[in-house]
Design a protein around this ligand. Structure first.
Ligand SMILES: [Mn+2]
Length: 327
């Protein structure tokens, strides 16, 4: 999918001055990297720009963000000309305080995204599902608009590309994504250092929770074609970890040979959140997620099951996996 209002967006950026950037809840490396990158580009080009999220930046990305992200209460929206919505496909995924709805803010919304199920909810949109990441889309836009990109901004955008491509290991690691990364490295990013910080670095409690998931929580089904684990808040707290900082943890089961797909079922106070990954292009976890009211990509998707029963959530998941395996 390509919805390309680049020209209008570039014009809007040049004519406006005060931007608020919002990414999605449970921010991942692309949400943080593309948000920070866009904020730095706008600031470096003489604009006022803030990147907002209600909670603090996940620990894994805090070292990239410093204190540059605005957290806590939502700032006064009337102080901004525009809300730039990066890396999410529908208003309901916006990382805003619980009682705030993006569509009720009355702001001029611009959507910048790479998810194929983007609802085109902005007044202007740049959505390119050929791009690996929102960061890659922002690089395209910045170049189109003639905005200068500092080494700091380049490092943030590369963080987004590397995160969403798994360090160029996932299927979205296109030549296009690699060229974008090469361009960003040429702007002065230490690739080896960034790559080490992103992929060869984890706190000891994370290593320990991974061991416990494999040892005690992992289940398999359908002759080992599907592997999954049920995770609850207690498990995170017992390792001194915040349950909200579960991003990337699923990779610990994603590499198991013989699986076609893997999933985590996260228990929370309202129900069960599913995180799904496919290891086979012909098996779409995106279709499963959409069928149960969630969304995402074909190979990585998420959904929510509104139930109080873990076994019910598990049953819904297994039924959907089975029907997809039968296709
Ligand atoms: Mn992304």
């Amino acid at each position: 999918m390509l919805i390309d209002n680049s020209r209008e967006i570039a014009e809007h950026i040049h004519l406006s001055d005060r931007f608020l950037i919002v990414a999605h809840f449970n921010p991942d490396g692309d949400a943080v990297g593309s948000g920070l990158g866009l904020m730095r580009i706008l600031r470096d080009n003489g604009k006022k720009a803030d990147f907002y999220m209600p909670h603090s930046v996940p620990a894994k990305y805090a070292k990239f963000a410093g204190d540059q992200v605005t957290t806590g209460e939502l700032p006064d929206i009337s102080a901004y000309s525009t809300i730039l919505c990066v890396d999410f496909s529908s208003p309901s995924r916006a990382n805003l305080p619980e009682n705030v709805k993006l569509e009720n803010l009355g702001a001029f919304l611009i959507g910048i995204d790479h998810h194929p199920d983007n609802k085109i909810f902005g007044r202007l949109n740049l959505v390119n599902s050929e791009a690996s990441s929102a960061a890659e889309v922002i690089l395209d836009l910045a170049k189109f608009a003639g905005l200068k990109i500092s080494p700091d901004a380049a490092r943030s955008l590369l963080t987004g590309i590397l995160s969403d491509t798994g360090g160029f290991r996932f299927d979205n690691s296109s030549p296009r994504a690699m060229r974008a990364a090469a361009e960003l490295v040429e702007k002065g990013v230490d690739f080896g250092l960034l790559s080490k910080e992103l992929f060869f670095s984890k706190p000891l409690p994370v290593a320990k929770i991974e061991a416990e998931i494999i040892e005690k929580r992992l289940k398999t089904a359908f002759d080992g074609k599907f592997a999954y684990a049920l995770l609850d808040e207690k498990l995170f707290y017992s390792h001194g970890l915040n349950p909200e900082e579960s991003e990337g943890l699923i990779d610990v089961i994603r590499c198991i040979d013989g699986t076609v797909a893997v999933a985590f079922i996260y228990e929370n106070s309202d129900g069960y959140r599913l995180s799904l990954r496919s290891r086979d292009r012909s098996f779409s976890v995106g279709r499963i997620a959409r069928r149960i009211g969630g969304g995402g990509h074909e190979l990585a998707a998420g959904a929510f099951i509104n139930t109080k029963s873990a076994s019910h959530a598990e049953k819904v998941l297994l039924e959907n996996i089975e029907s997809e395996l039968r296709r």
